[in-house]
Ligand binder design. Structure first.
Ligand code: UD1
Ligand code: CA
Length: 456
């Protein structure tokens, strides 16, 4: 059986007061429409059709080839919107799932339940409803004395009695396709707004003598539709609770989930502790037994196991295992810290590899550098990697000791076991096991290297 979704995303979203199309506003770091498509995917068999209109260009660009799109121009209501998909889908699908792209919390499981209900339904419509005290402007579900669904009445046309009804139209439907295509043409134009309401399809089915099934949802949160930025923030908070709960149930400790901000799609290993005010964004993967935060931001990065990251900012970087970082350390794109690296306060690393056991305690900038194992970077060390036009590389060997406040004027190489005196300005390569001092630093004597204590 072919099941295809039609996702409505053509409306203007006037109440958002935004130049960004409503469905591209983000929740949990992903556009609302991404969440809707995610839910749809688990309940349908075919590529979805998205109805676009306002801001179509931006929405189409975002969707790329994840969906087919049809343009609704002008936007004459939700019934009219679904009609735009008829030419694409007629005789191509058995069931049509319709949902609205401004409901980012709706779960795939809920749509699956909806589809299963329609598969058993001898009538042409199954729909999602919820019982709630706060109607939030939703359409009211009108049931007959026998309890069967008779109609959906929009709030602004409802009678005082109908306004009291607590069962609401969530905005998710599964239709028998053949019935739907024919019925859409029978939906009357709403006399007040001149629009064609999809919700009127329910009355048409009832008039045809065909049963309409309702799936009554119990999670009110899932039904939040975003019409204003206040609703957007409600969704954000609910999404955060949902994401954090999932991680906690998978074995991640959170000291204060309410102040822990994790986007959708991030992986975190067991026994990792996330401290308050930590933000994890993008394509980030975090291993086991780490302690992250408080006050840490990690974006598009990979963190190994057993690391400690305190009050730091990490972007597009890699940490191997048992790295100890912060407070106030910054990793930029292409930073790669090997096992057991220690990076203390006020350091910055970009496009560089720090080998196993490197220590960089305080106030350093390392850019375009490769640093060998167990090297010590003294306080205030700078790789002078930029000459105003180009970036140049610095290569530092193993067991090197860089004295405080050393300037490494790239391109430059320091051999294994080399040593620089405090405030050296290194403009020339330094041979292995050689001590350099001064400005510019020059060799003054050959060193004896002591065997290193092994790393713990
Ligand atoms: C709609 C329902 C209401 C339900 C509520 C749940 C109708 C008539 N009403 O009301 O019963 O309780 O959702 O949130 O369906 N859209 C188009 N083209 C249009 C008009 C709308 O694509 O011409 C899209 C919008 O972009 C939006 C969705 O359809 O994603 C819903 O439209 P909206 O105007 O938000 O409907 P509501 O007034 O919220
Ligand atoms: Ca809405």
């Amino acid at each position: 059986m072919k099941i295809t979704a039609v996702l409505l995303a053509a409306g203007q979203g006037t109440r958002m007061k935004s130049s960004t199309p409503k469905v591209l506003h983000t929740v949990g770091g992903k556009p609302m429409i991404w969440h809707a498509l995610q839910a749809i995917q688990s309940a349908t068999t075919e590529k979805p059709v998205v109805v676009v209109g306002h801001g179509a260009e931006a929405v189409i660009a975002y969707l790329a080839d994840t969906a087919q799109t049809v343009l609704q121009e002008p936007q004459l209501g939700t019934g009219h919107a679904v009609m735009q998909a008829e030419a694409l889908l007629r005789s191509m699908t058995d069931l049509v799932v319709v949902c609205y792209a401004d409901m980012p919390l709706l779960r795939g499981e809920t749509l699956q339940k909806l589809v299963e209900t329609q598969k058993q339904n001898s009538g042409p419509i199954s729909m999602l409803t919820v019982v709630a005290d706060d109607p939030r402007g939703f359409g009211r579900i009108i049931r007959g004395e026998d309890g069967t669904v008779k109609a959906i009445v929009e709030e602004y046309v409802a009678t005082p009695d109908q306004l009291q009804v607590k069962e609401l139209n969530v905005g998710g439907y599964c239709f028998d396709a053949n019935w739907l295509w024919e019925a859409l043409h029978r939906i009357p134009k709403n006399p007040k707004k001149g629009e064609y309401y999809l919700t009127d399809a329910v009355e048409l089915a009832v008039k045809d003598g065909l049963p309409v099934q309702a799936v009554v949802m119990d999670d009110l949160e899932e039904t939040i539709g975003v019409n204003t930025r206040v609703h957007l923030s409600e969704c954000e908070a609910a999404m955060r609770r949902r994401i954090n709960q999932m991680h906690m149930l998978n074995g991640v400790t959170m000291i204060d989930p309410a102040s822990t901000y994790i986007e959708s799609g991030i992986e975190i290993g067991r026994d990792t502790v996330i401290m308050p005010n930590t933000h994890l964004f993008g394509k980030t993967v975090i291993g086991e037994r780490n302690v992250i935060g408080p006050n840490t931001i990690i974006r598009n990065s990979t963190i190994g196991n057993g690391c400690k990251i305190l009050s730091s900012d990490i972007e597009s970087a890699i940490l191997e295992d048992d790295v100890d970082m912060g407070p106030f350390a910054r990793l930029r794109k292409g930073a790669h810290l090997g096992n057991h690296v220690h990076m203390g306060n006020f350091g910055e690393v970009k496009d560089s590899y720090l080998g196993e056991g490197v220590k960089m305690g305080h106030f350093s900038y390392i850019g375009n550098a490769q640093i060998g194992a167990n090297t010590n970077i003294g306080a205030g060390t700078i790789t002078c990697n930029y000459d105003g036009e180009k970036k140049h590389a610095t290569e530092i060997g193993e067991d090197v000791f860089i004295g405080s406040d050393t300037m490494l004027v790239a391109p430059v190489k320091l051999g294994n076991g080399a040593r620089t005196g405090a405030a050296a300005v290194v403009t020339k390569n330094v041979a292995e096991d050689t001590l350099v001092v001064g400005m510019p630093a020059r060799a003054i004597r050959k060193l004896e290297r002591k065997p290193k204590k092994s790393q713990k």
